[in-house]
Design a protein around this ligand. Structure first.
Ligand code: SF4
Ligand code: SF4
Length: 76
């Protein structure tokens, strides 16, 4: 079953991999990996703290469809 949810979305072209967002997320939904920032859409509450905290505007809030089956998300 699909569910609509507001979550943080990461822009790889803008990100400078400073890691600030990982530290400010209150629910630990973000991780810095070798591929960049990974956001766990199941954990993310859409609070927007990371969006305000990113110094280069590489994060934004966006509605995504969560597929309950595999936890993956895609943009509308
Ligand atoms: S929007 Fe809030 S909960 Fe979601 S990744 Fe950013 S800081 Fe974490
Ligand atoms: S705060 Fe912004 S620039 Fe820094 S790692 Fe997170 S998304 Fe990238």
């Amino acid at each position: 079953m699909a569910q609509e949810k507001l979550v943080a979305v990461w822009n790889s072209e803008k990100c400078v991999q400073c890691g600030l967002c990982v530290g400010v997320c209150p629910v630990g939904a973000m991780r810095l990996t070798e591929k960049g920032i990974e956001i766990d859409v199941n954990k993310c509450t859409g609070c927007g703290i990371c969006v305000k905290g990113c110094p280069v505007g590489a994060l934004k809030l966006q509605k995504v469809i969560i597929e309950a089956k595999n936890g993956g998300a895609h943009e509308e």
